[in-house]
Design a protein around this ligand. Structure first.
Ligand SMILES: NC(=O)c1ccc[n+]([C@@H]2O[C@H](COP(=O)([O-])OP(=O)(O)OC[C@H]3O[C@@H](n4cnc5c(N)ncnc54)[C@H](O)[C@@H]3O)[C@@H](O)[C@H]2O)c1
Length: 314
């Protein structure tokens, strides 16, 4: 099959007009909603008619996102929440339910990348780089899970990164967190499928596209001094970041409506045309949009029993 089209701007399938009203009466939680991609996700989902709970490290800096969401006629509440703090997240989840009612959609977008080599970070900095990209998403996925299962409905969209699928320097903590998040999304969906919730509760991991935001700032001075070649390489790479944040925002809106269920449990790159990919159906996507390892000679990777299954066949 030929390559699906690539997009760096919003296109018809995911446009606000195509999705208007599809989430009327629902409630969506968006983390890291103060700026960048999270802000675009909140506004895009608000445009589908869902009321939104906006989470970031403090509430004040979300004022602009809140105002933009309210402009489209939905309720928007901003909460101060470090999503890596389980106790605080539990309290905020209870408050959201009191303010807005049952939650139907969670977009775990909060994240960050120091873009430093591991040896130039303290343990605390390094671990923070891992947990900021995976722990918050796990906490919020597991917080809503019992309610989603009880109501047999819900979408969880985890904003991962291409960094979770490729190997590169200056991203050990970030890539560890993002790879974990992609695998978590697939495993959680597998558990839901096994229990018969697969058509009703869907989980996705996304690469949002290469978007110029506060997170993609050039590398720090001390790192650039140590690695002048890398600094220049990053500068050139960064020039290729052309995707607008609304492409991810509208892709989340599309998935939150349930229109992209063929991709459930999978890792999707928002720059690919989602209409073409979803049209391939679950069978057409079998073995694709997933983290995997290829072995010389095609050794099957069947969950830890490779040698016994290969020996049985021999
Ligand atoms: N920009 C890109 O090209 C790109 C590429 C791949 C993946 N991503 C992912 O997209 C997501 C959004 O990135 P962005 O580029 O908009 O970054 P950004 O830095 O502009 O925004 C991230 C937001 O998350 C918030 N946040 C960080 N830690 C938090 C915490 N513990 N609790 C609550 N809020 C927290 C920040 O305050 C900020 O508002 C991230 O998960 C990032 O890893 C971005």
């Amino acid at each position: 099959m030929s390559q699906p089209a690539l997009h760096v701007d919003v296109y018809q399938t995911i446009s606000p007009e195509a999705l208007a009203g599809l989430n009327n009466g629902k409630v969506a939680v968006v983390t890291g909603a103060a700026r960048g991609i999270g802000k675009a996700i909140a506004i895009s989902i608000a445009k589908t008619g869902a009321n939104v709970a906006l989470l970031d490290l403090d509430a004040e800096r979300q004022a602009d996102t809140k105002a933009e969401c309210e402009k489209v006629g939905v309720k928007a509440f901003a909460y101060a929440c470090d999503v890596t703090n389980h106790d605080v997240s539990k309290q905020v989840y209870a408050q959201i339910q009191r303010d807005l009612g049952d939650v139907h959609i969670v977009v775990n977008n909060a994240g960050g990348n120091s873009r430093r080599p591991a040896h130039m970070e303290t343990w605390e900095q390094f671990w923070r780089g891992v947990e900021i990209n995976v722990k918050g998403a796990l906490i919020w996925s597991l917080l809503v899970l019992p309610d989603f299962r009880a109501r047999r409905a819900g979408s969880i969209i985890n904003i991962a990164s291409r960094a979770g699928t490729v190997t590169m320097p200056f991203a050990a903590a970030y890539s560890t967190g993002k790879a974990g998040l992609i695998r978590f999304s697939a495993c959680l969906q597998a558990e839901l499928d096994q229990d018969g919730f697969g058509d009703d509760i869907h989980v996705y991991a996304l690469h949002p596209g290469a978007v110029k935001t506060s997170m993609t700032i050039p590398i720090a001075d001390d790192v650039a001094k140590e690695y002048p070649g890398m600094a220049e390489k990053w500068g050139n790479f960064h020039k290729l970041f052309r995707c607008v944040p609304e492409v991810c925002g509208q892709t989340c809106a599309f998935l939150s409506t349930g229109r992209g269920k063929a991709l459930h449990g999978k890792y999707f790159d928002c720059e690919q045309d989602i209409g073409t990919v979803v049209a391939a159906g679950r069978e057409g996507l079998e073995g694709l949009y997933d983290l995997k390892v290829e072995f010389l000679g095609g050794l099957p990777n069947d969950g830890g029993t490779v040698s016994s299954s290969a020996l049985e066949k021999a």
